[in-house]
Design a protein around this ligand. Structure first.
Ligand code: SF4
Length: 389
């Protein structure tokens, strides 16, 4: 079995952001101890059941992992090392909210082997941060970044959000410029979307806030491509930029190895409420409710809210859809052939020829990838590879 990737979902935040539809809850401090107990039990048990396999990436996400106490983080890492063979070169990422960090948490993460930090900064403009309901200011985000550096993090990602209603292109450029000046290794840029059942959706429905404008978002995305490209970042995925140099695998040195596992459609395990995993040919999702998760683990009962065996057809389609997100690498034809025993050109002759004619993909003997003009309409391209129901 090739080394695994592990995602751990910490379903807590200090405050719920109005646009967020992730499975995360505020005001649940009383559940932290029981949740961590259940999580560590789950990690040990699963690792032992699988024969303590090797792990090449770990991603502690959420939610906000840094709301947990250092003692909780110790317990989680003890379980990871007990249940799994975490390789010495493993990439270990933790998300962090700039408003929920301090030196002791950062030092704890470093000591536990976390070698990559991913901070949800979202903007370096205080007015935008207020609109987004963030718990930190721009200065606090800068201070959190400086603290992370002082503690020794040499691989930091910053998340940003664009396409806010009537967002000023100048303010967006200033935000990116600040990130460039901070010398971050990686940026993830996401356009604001109005998700159902969020506070933002209610504001838009009541007319208190105008809906995000896709044309403005497209302009801001292109501005980011231009600015970050000039600053030496490689756009290696539709929403992700990293510093190089580029390796033989066409990925920049600071690409997120964990997320590359997802984009290559390789197996990973998910732990914690609402986490997804794909392993042994089956996709699974853990029950979203924190209390239900704790009860199931304590009782030794299954906690899946969804289990779906993935057919070869679906696996091939998903491998295409996810692989095309990698802008330089794309779908490697030799890798596809090794995995499925067939060439992409034979499996998808009609889809590929119509996408080629529309100049949405380019094809070489080595790979299939999106053309630059397809980056903004990737979903239309991906849909071509969905197997018919
Ligand atoms: S901090 Fe992140 S995970 Fe938590 S509510 Fe805000 S956007 Fe969602």
């Amino acid at each position: 079995m090739p080394p695994l990737a592990i995602y751990i979902h910490i379903p807590f935040c200090q405050r719920k952001c109005p646009y967020c539809d992730f499975n995360t809850y505020a005001g649940r401090e009383g559940q932290y101890d029981a949740f961590v107990q259940a999580l560590v039990e789950d990690i040990w048990r699963t690792g032992d059941a699988l024969g303590n396999p090797a792990v090449r990436t770990i991603f502690l996400g959420g939610g906000t992992p840094t709301v947990l106490e250092p003692g909780h983080l110790h317990m989680i890492f003890e379980a990871l090392h007990g249940g799994f063979d975490v390789l010495p070169e493993a990439e270990i990422t933790s998300e962090a909210n700039p408003g929920a960090v301090d030196a002791s948490r950062f030092e704890t993460l470093r000591m536990l082997g976390v070698n990559r930090l991913s901070m949800g900064v979202q903007s370096f403009d205080d007015e935008e941060l207020r609109f987004l309901g963030r718990i930190h200011t721009a200065d606090e985000a800068r201070a959190a970044f400086a603290l992370a550096r002082r503690v020794g993090f040499e691989n930091i990602n910053l998340d940003f959000m664009f396409g806010l209603p009537e967002q000023s292109p100048d303010v967006w450029r200033k935000t990116l410029q600040t990130a460039i000046e901070l010398n971050t290794e990686h940026l993830s840029l996401y356009s604001l979307t109005v998700e159902p059942d969020t506070a933002l959706a209610a504001w838009v429905a009541r007319g208190q806030v105008s809906a995000p404008d896709p044309d403005l978002a497209a302009d801001l995305y292109e501005a980011a491509q231009e600015l970050l490209g000039r600053a030496g970042f490689h756009q290696y995925e539709i929403s992700n930029w990293a510093r190089g140099p580029l390796g033989d695998d066409l990925l920049p040195r600071f690409a997120s190895r964990h997320n590359v596992v997802y984009w290559r459609n390789e197996p990973y395990l998910g732990f914690g409420p609402g986490a997804h995993g794909w392993f042994g040919g089956v996709r699974r999702a853990v029950v979203r409710d924190v209390g239900a998760y704790i009860r199931c683990v304590e009782a030794g009962e299954p906690y899946w809210s969804m289990e779906e065996p993935i057919s070869r057809n679906l696996e091939m389609g998903e491998t295409m859809m996810l692989g095309l997100r990698l802008t330089s690498v794309g779908v490697e034809r030799a890798v596809f052939r090794r995995r499925f025993g067939a060439d992409v050109a034979d499996v998808y002759p009609h889809q590929l020829s119509s996408l080629l004619a529309a100049e949405l993909i380019e094809m070489t003997p080595e790979r299939v990838r999106l053309t630059p003009r397809a980056l903004l309409i990737g979903n239309e391209v991906f849909a071509a590879f969905l197997p018919e129901a």
